[in-house]
Design a protein around this ligand. Structure first.
Ligand code: 4NP
Length: 156
C-alpha cells in the first residue's frame, strides 16, 4: 500500500481538495486497494470541520466526492506512516520538516513540484484570495502527474 498525505495550513481549503481529487483519480484507475490518500493541516483551528464552502462548491461542480472528510491536525506519527507527504506551499513544507526534526523515510515535497516547468512554486491560499477555481486547476494537474509518477515507481 502506498500512502499519500496532503498538507496545508488549515486543512479546510487546499489539502482536502487535493485529497478528494486524488481519491477520484485513484478510484477511476481501480487503484483504491493499492493507494491510500488523506490530508491534514499544520494548524489546529478547524479540527473536525468539513471542507470550506469554496472547496465544497468547486468539488460539487466537478462531481468529486468529499464525503466523510473532516479537518485534522498533522501529527508526528504521520511522518512515519506516509510515503508521500505533499505540502501545498513552501511554508507547509517548512512546518512539516520542523515537526519531523529528523529525516523521515517518506518524501516531503510541494505539490506544484510535480508539474514540470510550472511558473509558480506555491498554491495560493484561497482562504485569503477567494479563488478556488485556480487552485482546482493546479491541484488537479499536480495530482494527475503525482499519480503517474507513483504508478511508475511502484509498478501499479
Ligand atoms: P488552507 O486555508 O490551508 O488551504 O486550508 C486556510 C484555512 C484557514 C486558515 C488559513 C488558511 N486560517 O487561518 O484559519
Amino acid at each position: 500500500m502506498v500512502n499519500i498525505l496532503f498538507v496545508c495550513l488549515g486543512n479546510i481549503c487546499r489539502s482536502p481538495m487535493a485529497e478528494a481529487i486524488m481519491r477520484q483519480l485513484i478510484n477511476k484507475e481501480g487503484l483504491e486497494k493499492d493507494i491510500n490518500v488523506d490530508s491534514a493541516g499544520t494548524g489546529d483551528w478547524h479540527v473536525g470541520k468539513q471542507p470550506h464552502e469554496g472547496t465544497r462548491n468547486i468539488l460539487d461542480l466537478h462531481n468529486i466526492s468529499y464525503k466523510g472528510q473532516r479537518a485534522r491536525q498533522l501529527a508526528k506519527a504521520d511522518l512515519t506512516s506516509y510515503d508521500y507527504i505533499i505540502g501545498m506551499d513552501t511554508e507547509n513544507v517548512g512546518n512539516i520538516r520542523r515537526l519531523a526534526g529528523f529525516q523521515p523515510s517518506g518524501r516531503i515535497q510541494r505539490i506544484l513540484d510535480y508539474i514540470e516547468d510550472y511558473p509558480i512554486a506555491d498554491v495560493p491560499d484561497p482562504y485569503y484570495t477567494g479563488n478556488f477555481e485556480e487552485v482546482y486547476e493546479m491541484v488537479y494537474k499536480s495530482c494527475q502527474s503525482l499519480l503517474k509518477e507513483i504508478k511508475e515507481e511502484h509498478k501499479l
